[in-house]
Design a protein around this ligand. Structure first.
Ligand code: IPE
Ligand code: IPE
Ligand code: MG
Length: 239
């Protein structure tokens, strides 16, 4: 009692979460979809803090995909406003416990959001603790294309020979450069697909889909996913 929480044995180093099911949660209650995103944003903060507490090294959350622009403007605007309030409220002061990074293509985002993202990253850069990757306008394929273009440009410039391109070199051009690949990817909402999340990095991730909608996701669901992860036999192609 009153002691610092112990690091749980066997906690995955890197957890990815596809924060899905906000719309269905709202629909079940006769509410507009945007209401689900609001509660989902609270769940995000709660689960982030919990992951930091139990000793997760890297948490990557999927907040908005490159495909999510296809949604009605009102819904996209609400998600962007929730991102604004998160950026305003969570990084007013320098946080010492979380290093935040935004992964994805920022170019199409509003100027004030891009500025606040850069500010939050600068304020937390020297923190000690969990790395939090927030995926906004993120797509796994777009990320791979970005890396390919960068390496192609280096080759054209004569700085790189094609034979020297290795998996390690390629990984180093991704947003997650230097981080371990996700050990565990959790998808609430009952869907069984990856939806363009960490396409390169998920090669050997353990995938756990759960029959709970993201706004209802609690610490106990994360614990259950970790328990499931621990029961898996990871082989990485060996025997
Ligand atoms: C996830 O919840 C949030 C985003 C994709 C931004 P959804 O909005 O996809 O919820 P469902 O899948 O429609 O229930
Ligand atoms: C994936 O969920 C994206 C996020 C959670 C941000 P989607 O709801 O967009 O995925 P699909 O359309 O069901 O595959
Ligand atoms: Mg969805």
């Amino acid at each position: 009692m009153g002691r610092e929480p112990q690091k749980i044995q066997g906690v995955p180093r890197h957890i990815g979460i596809i924060m899905d099911g906000n719309g269905r949660w709202a629909k079940q209650r006769g509410l507009p979809r945007t209401a689900g995103h609001k509660v989902g944003a609270d769940t995000f903060q709660k689960i982030t803090n919990y992951c930091a507490k139990i000793g997760v090294e890297v948490l990557t959350v999927y907040a908005f995909s490159t495909e999510n622009w296809a949604r009605p403007k009102e819904e996209v605007d609400t998600i962007m406003d929730l991102l604004r309030s998160y950026l305003k409220n969570s990084f007013k002061q320098t946080r010492k416990d979380i290093i935040v990074r935004f992964i994805g293509d920022r170019a199409p985002l509003a100027e004030d959001i891009r500025r606040m993202m850069a500010d939050a990253e600068a304020r937390t850069r020297d923190s000690k603790g969990m790395i939090l990757n927030v995926a906004v306008n993120y797509g796994g394929r777009a990320e791979i294309v970005m890396a390919a273009r960068e390496l192609a440009q280096q080759a054209v410039n004569g700085e790189l020979s094609p034979e020297s391109i290795t998996e390690e070199l390629f990984s180093g051009e991704l947003y997650t450069a230097g981080q371990p690949d996700p050990d565990l990817i959790i998808r609430p909402s009952g869907e069984h697909r990856i939806s363009n999340f960490l396409t390169w990095q998920c090669a050997y991730s353990e995938f756990v889909d759960m029959n709970v909608l993201w706004p209802d996701f609690k610490e106990k669901h994360l614990d259950a996913a970790i328990e499931e992860f621990k029961s898996r036999d990871r082989r990485f192609g060996g025997i």
